[in-house]
Design a protein around this ligand. Sequence first.
Ligand SMILES: N[C@@H](CCC(=O)N[C@@H](CS)C(=O)NCC(=O)O)C(=O)O
Length: 219
Amino acid sequence: MLQLYTHYRSVSAHRVRIALNYKGVSYKSMFTDLGNAAADRLTYLNLNPQGLVPALVVDESLVIAQSAAIMEYLEERYPERPLLPGDIEMRARIRSFSQIAVADTHPLNNLRVLRYLRDKMDVPWEKRRAWFEHWLHTGFVAMESILANNEDTGTYCFGDKPTLADVCLVPQVYLADKYDVDLSDYPTLRRIYRTCLTLAAFQAAAPETQPDQRSKDDA
Ligand SMILES: N[C@@H](CCC(=O)N[C@@H](CS)C(=O)NCC(=O)O)C(=O)O
């Protein structure tokens, strides 16, 4: 069985959990602590030298790091219930939209960047918060503009079934929502986000439904 190294708060792992669930692929969750425990970290670095989550262990010869690479692999290996549907132009549009979250928004706000600002650059909390919000809004403004002006926008980002675009949008909006970022300027993103959250694949991937989150609640 596939093993997914994950953490409930990880935006990148959240994407991969949605993709796995949407495709109906069984996997075992391997919980990490985002680098807080040194012993675990050394073991994990042997698996994924970058030390980030997620990582998907396919078998002893293949460990895939990077959520975009994992989701492309899942799409090719499990083409049923496609996340990249349509013709070559449509797939390019979906990939392009998805990368706004994966490549240009999330990397500026991930834990190691925010910790670096705090620990090495002495950036106070208010300024770190301003940084966090700035890069979220920069991504959301572009995403909203694309969807609000696109005739392919339907129930979901591109048409009437979820695609990779929705898989990448939802964890980003979830994060913003959790930190009370004002999303009032993004009605299309909010509508699609709410629709996605009615689907079992998205619900089962949500941070609050993950066993590592629940064990924290129990503690
Ligand atoms: N580009 C990577 C980013 C992975 C990433 O930054 N993961 C975060 C959690 S969302 C992480 O492991 N953070 C730990 C840290 O920053 O030390 C991907 O999409 O998989």
